[in-house]
Design a protein. Structure first.
Length: 327
């Protein structure tokens, strides 16, 4: 396979334009890239353009690149045509093994041999999806966090046949458009971020099931406590602060014993009972207090934008301070 390590990515194909694909498309357009999208679903093009129009206000708040424009979007029902000129393909199809394996083989046959084919898959591994490809070394997981046009995280995961060069190029590209990519070095079910969510939510469901607290209080416990801090620093750095002047070394010496004791007492729930499902459904309905999904999404995205703006200012100040110190 011929590759161009430093090939600039200017043309992106979006395969699958549901919520995730549409959000990716909006972001790529805002970053000045040319986007060709494809989806066989009814009204797919109209729905895509409607989503992008709605997302453009948020993207404007984040910052549109000089060449960013919705006019750089083209839609086609022909998947092979969509990927034929792509430097990068962002796939967002249904999470079904047989479907993904065939789709990747078809994209691999139609896309330029030195392009990257990335999947937004949150469940299937790249080793499975690339198994029928002629050029599997250019296939990689590029899993976003919803909504991709706002939340910076991207999980980059290689398959068994993915080349290190592809991983490097994917990380470099996602970084160049303002994302925060992480290199997940081993394939695990659910990658990393969803596993962290699942671990926390298992304990939340367990505590609700055991009658320790209700649904609304479980959300309050997360978002007005540790969740606030997690939006600023990760758990390791926060525990570094928790160790006081001695930092993480003191934390490891003094607090890991109690922490391990809590681990032993965590819930071992492995499934949702019908009763706890109904309890959560009723609790969420009460917590939503009549607000529609659209209203809640707007509320979420508005607060995310405010947090990102604050984080951006902090990072710029930190970077400027580091440069001054270096001088």
């Amino acid at each position: 396979m011929a590759t161009t390590k430093n090939r600039e990515i200017r043309n992106v194909a979006i395969v699958g334009t549901g919520v995730i694909g549409a959000s990716w498309a909006a972001l790529y357009l805002a970053r000045g890239l040319n986007v060709v999208a494809t989806d066989p679903g009814p009204n797919a093009e109209a729905n895509l353009r409607r989503y992008i129009d709605a997302a453009w206000k948020d993207l404007t708040a984040i910052g549109i690149s000089p060449n960013g424009s919705r006019d750089h979007l083209r839609f086609t029902l022909d998947m092979k045509e969509a990927v034929a000129g792509a430097d990068l393909v962002q796939e967002n199809g249904p999470e079904r093994k047989d479907f993904k394996v065939k789709l990747f083989a078809d994209m691999d046959a139609a896309a330029p041999k030195d392009s990257i084919i990335a999947s937004s898959s949150s469940g299937l591994t790249m080793s499975v999806m690339q198994s029928a490809c002629k050029y599997p070394e250019r296939c990689v997981i590029g899993h976003p966090f919803n909504p991709p046009h706002i939340v910076p995280l991207v999980e980059v995961v290689a398959g068994a046949k993915t080349s290190p060069e592809t991983v490097e190029r994917a990380i470099s590209f996602y970084t160049s458009i303002g994302k925060k990519p992480i290199h997940v070095r081993k394939e695990v079910v659910g990658h990393v971020a969803n596993r962290l969510q699942a671990a926390l939510y298992r304990e939340v469901v367990y505590l609700i099931e055991q009658g320790v607290l209700d649904v609304a209080d479980s959300d309050t416990a997360v978002c007005w406590g540790p969740g606030l801090r997690w939006g600023l620093m990760g758990p390791n750095l926060l525990f570094h602060l928790g160790g006081g002047p001695g930092g993480i070394q003191h934390f490891m010496e003094q607090f890991t014993g109690p922490l391990a004791t809590w681990w032993k007492d965590l819930g071992t729930i492995t499934e949702f009972s019908p009763e706890v499902k109904q309890t959560i459904i009723e609790g969420v309905s009460k917590e939503a207090n009549g607000r529609s999904i659209t209203e809640l999404e707007r509320e979420r995205d508005s607060m995310l934008l405010e947090l990102l703006a604050t984080r951006s200012k902090d990072e710029k100040a930190t970077h400027a301070g580091a440069e001054t110190a270096a001088d």
